[in-house]
Design a protein around this ligand. Structure first.
Ligand SMILES: [Fe+2]
Ligand SMILES: [Fe+2]
Length: 273
């Protein structure tokens, strides 16, 4: 007899997070979001499956140190495939990062709209991964064809104890970094005459502004509830929980559109005075 499917948002998010079959992960993520938005699901129940310490992943790609991930010029087909592969890997992690926020922090005293926001993010990340892995196949490759790095999941482990820290690091550092680097990637794709990949990156760029905005909104909400200054708390949390660099060039305009003003991040950069 098949195991019973979960009947709560948390249960369905954990089911998708645990899935090592990536088509199933995308399908389960979308299903969880659709059923949540149709208001068919409660938030959690004692019989929910356990939250895994790591997301389900296929055997390939091999996970290696960032230094061993191939980097080539996007002006060659090989280089573009490597770039799209790296972006697909980020999007796959982003699906699991959003699901983990929903599942791990569902006991927090936050409004239902908090979970609306993160399920919107999870569903869009699933769309992004689908678009990029489809593009890899169009170019004669596939997700898993080359190694990928494991840095993103470390951010989950470093912030598993605290929702405010999680929001500081995942949407407001990592996803905001995506806003900084995408315009120059779009430019390079234009030079390389690859409008198909460019069109996918445009979709992702616009959605990611929304993800940073959702992160900023709930980060400010949690700080306001504790009556603490959000920019100062952000800087403390980044120093405590994030080992990477926060460095320019910053896409100030896109960041500001998402509610992340320079007072948050300028003083974290080693180049700021
Ligand atoms: Fe994304
Ligand atoms: Fe995102």
């Amino acid at each position: 007899m098949a195991a019973e499917r979960p009947t709560t948002l948390r249960g369905l998010a954990i089911e998708a997070l645990t899935s090592a079959d990536l088509d199933a992960k995308r399908r389960l993520t979308t299903e969880a979001g659709e059923r949540w938005f149709a208001r068919q699901l409660g938030l959690s129940a004692p019989g929910d499956p356990a939250l895994p310490s790591r997301p389900g992943r296929p055997e390939k790609p091999d996970l290696v140190s960032p230094r061993h991930v191939p980097r080539r010029s996007v002006h060659s087909l090989e280089g573009r495939i490597a770039m799209i592969h790296a972006l697909a890997h980020i999007e796959l992690n982003a699906i699991d990062l959003a699901l983990d926020i929903v599942a791990r922090f569902c006991g927090q005293p936050v409004p239902r709209s908090f979970f609306d926001g993160w399920m919107t993010v999870a569903m869009e990340e699933a769309k992004h991964f689908g678009l990029l892995s489809g593009r890899l196949r169009d170019l004669g490759s596939h997700y898993g064809a080359m190694p990928a790095h494991d840095g993103l999941w470390q951010a989950v482990e470093a912030t598993a104890h605290d929702l405010t820290a999680r929001l500081a690091i995942v949407p407001l550092i990592l996803e905001a970094r995506g806003l900084d680097v995408t315009p120059s990637l779009l430019q390079k794709l234009e030079e390389a005459r690859d409008p198909e990949t460019g069109a996918i990156l445009e979709i992702i760029y616009n959605d990611e502004k929304k993800h940073v905005a959702i992160g900023a909104k709930w980060f400010r909400f949690l700080c306001a509830r504790q009556r603490i200054d959000p920019a100062r708390r952000f800087q403390e949390l980044v120093r405590e929980c994030f080992r990477g660099d926060v460095k320019p060039p910053f896409n100030d305009r896109a960041r500001a559109e998402a509610g992340l003003t320079p007072t948050f991040y300028r003083s974290l950069s080693p180049l700021s005075s």
